[in-house]
Design a binder for this molecule. Structure first.
Ligand code: VG1
Ligand code: CO
Length: 543
């Protein structure tokens, strides 16, 4: 076995987005496309001698091929050891947990998360640092810069490593340890939650339907829910990770998880429904006939955190991404703890958690998590809810309604316009930006605008600045419309329009969200001319 240096030509399109580099499998399958990106990463990282790397992915098409390539390149980089999930599988939160539990220097996550998979679907790669969280922009930008100039890759010519048997082997002097993908993650969950209380809940006949969407969450949910916690067999459905997610879109929202919603609205609906995404870092929580918005879920978890053993001492603070509703801000205020507003993407929470300033974070995009790892964590959120239901004896719906009664309801929706030609989307955003200086203090489409800006974030820990993170239009009553372009898509551009209105009046808490948000939709149309500039009459998806 020897390390080879092979000539390569750079690609110009390897800039990581909101969460790593995501492209069609067909793009990744180009000669040296994956190798170039990994080489750019390894070139940016310091010397690896003596260091441990964690490696695994969500099991989607191309995962196994990529794992073997990266192992060969890690050997060439000089890592002492790679911990790889059995079968090349690790959920995103498990990668984070394994990095932290083993003092690894970092990890590589192979996933395009909630994007569809299969030969015609998407693939992705992301680097996480020693704290277990996504690399900050300083690193992702350096990798991108390096990717545009590199001229060679270094790779071992060793044979494929067997990924299916637990244990050690060597590859060109590097130790490869195939680990159980679930064990360390499951152990961590046991330190946070009252497993006895959840066991009793299931023993009492409580029924959960957990839809793993044929993705990587299945093995984790089965082991913990049906194994450790004694939920009946069959509680976890679509539990076997498939390379193409069975053709489904592994994005847990009421539109894509329609089968789960159908079960939760049936006459024999279980007590709680839940789903996780491709890499198991997202979660959706559903009550009987009652969909929980992710922003409300975050607020409920914050409000009741002290009831859960891992959080019994209270939360240091909370954080949410800017477009996420302000429900958690209201809870934080009542608890007397700080609430931070960050740009979209989990990488912005890492510094706050490392500095001990927040213990709980969330996004409107079905992402919730805490400082137990540095990624959002789908199954963790479901366990949190189960723990709350067990110790309060209340239903999912009751916990949310109590939140609304106390703080008012933040009526919320996100409208996505997908696959817009990039130039059109850029023009639309530029048109919005051009209006910003003159909007505050005016009335548009019947809405009184108090503030209009392009969200900029200064990291309170390291002072780094991220500009142009989304256009915010805030009304005098606190209602908001936010516009931003997605950084995870692989086809054209996706415009996301986030709508929020606070409803203090309890007699109006049952209003249908889309109807209640109509005035804001009209405002969005007036300001952004979405129909005219995209030709789209309706959003592709409303969640
Ligand atoms: C989306 C979500 C964002 C989330 C990101 C990664 O990003 O809006 O909140 O952090 O996906 O989630 P964007 O740039 O497309 O809006 V996942 O589950 O793909 O790791
Ligand atoms: Co995900």
């Amino acid at each position: 076995m020897t390390i080879q240096t092979l000539p390569t030509t750079p690609f110009s399109d390897q800039r990581p987005g909101t969460s790593g580099l995501r492209k069609k499998v067909t793009v990744f399958a180009q000669k040296h496309y994956l190798e170039n990106f990994v080489q750019a990463l390894f070139d940016v990282l310091p010397d690896a001698s003596g260091l441990t790397l964690v490696l695994g992915g969500d099991g989607r098409y191309y995962n196994r091929v990529a794992v073997q390539t990266i192992l060969r390149m890690a050997a060439a980089k000089g890592y002492a050891r790679v911990l790889v999930g059995q079968g090349g599988i690790l959920s995103t939160p498990a990668v984070s947990a394994v990095i932290r539990a083993n003092a690894a220097s970092g990890g590589i996550v192979l996933s395009a998360s909630h994007n569809p998979g299969g030969p015609d679907g998407d693939f992705g790669i992301k680097y996480n640092i020693a704290n277990g969280g996504p690399a900050p922009e300083k690193i992702t930008e350096a990798v991108f810069a390096r990717s545009k100039e590199l001229s060679s890759i270094r790779i071992s010519d060793g044979a494929d490593v067997s990924l299916d048997v637990l244990g050690d082997s060597t590859l060109d002097g590097m130790q490869v340890t195939v680990i159980d993908p679930v064990a360390q993650y499951a152990e961590l969950m046991g330190t946070l939650f009252d497993f006895d209380a959840i066991r009793k809940l299931f023993a009492s006949g409580f029924r959960l339907r957990f839809d793993a969407m044929n993705a990587v969450g299945g093995p984790y949910a089965r082991a913990l829910l049906e194994g450790t916690l004694g939920a009946p067999a069959g509680t976890v459905v679509n539990a076997v990770p498939l390379e193409d997610f069975g053709g489904l879109h592994p994005d847990p929202n009421p539109v894509n998880a329609e089968d789960l919603i159908a079960h939760m609205t049936a006459s024999d609906a279980p007590d709680m429904g839940a789903a996780s995404d491709g890499d198991a870092d997202r979660n959706m929580v559903v009550g009987r006939n009652f969909v929980v918005s992710p922003s409300d879920s975050l607020a409920v978890i914050a409000a009741h955190a002290k009831r859960v053993p891992g959080y019994a001492k209270g939360l240091a603070g909370v954080a949410r991404s800017m477009p996420t509703s302000t429900a958690v801000d209201r809870v934080a205020k009542a608890l007397g703890i700080p609430c931070f507003e960050t740009p979209t993407g989990w990488k912005f929470f890492g510094n706050l958690m490392d500095a001990g300033r927040v213990s709980l974070c969330g996004e409107e995009s079905y992402g919730t998590g805490s400082s137990h790892v540095r990624e959002k964590d789908g199954l963790w959120a479901v366990l949190f809810w189960l723990n709350l239901l067990a110790v309060t004896g209340k239903s999912v719906e009751t916990l949310v309604r109590e939140l609304w009664t106390e703080h008012g309801r933040c009526v919320y929706s996100r409208h996505d316009y997908e696959a817009i030609p990039t130039a059109q989307a850029d023009t639309l955003m530029a048109g919005l930006r051009a209006q910003l200086p003159t909007l505050a203090g005016t009335t548009v489409a019947g809405c009184d605008i108090a503030l209009a800006d392009d969200f900029a974030y200064t990291d309170p820990v390291d002072g780094s600045v991220s500009n142009m993170q989304g256009i915010r239009i805030i009304l005098t009553d606190g209602s908001r419309v936010v516009f931003r372009l997605s950084g995870t898509g692989t086809e054209g551009a996706t415009l996301r329009v986030y709508l929020e209105r606070h409803e203090p009046d309890a007699s109006r808490h049952d209003v249908e969200a889309q109807a209640a948000l109509q005035p804001l939709v009209a405002l969005a149309q007036t300001l952004a001319h979405i129909r005219d500039s995209t030709g789209m009459d309706q959003p592709t998806v409303m969640t």
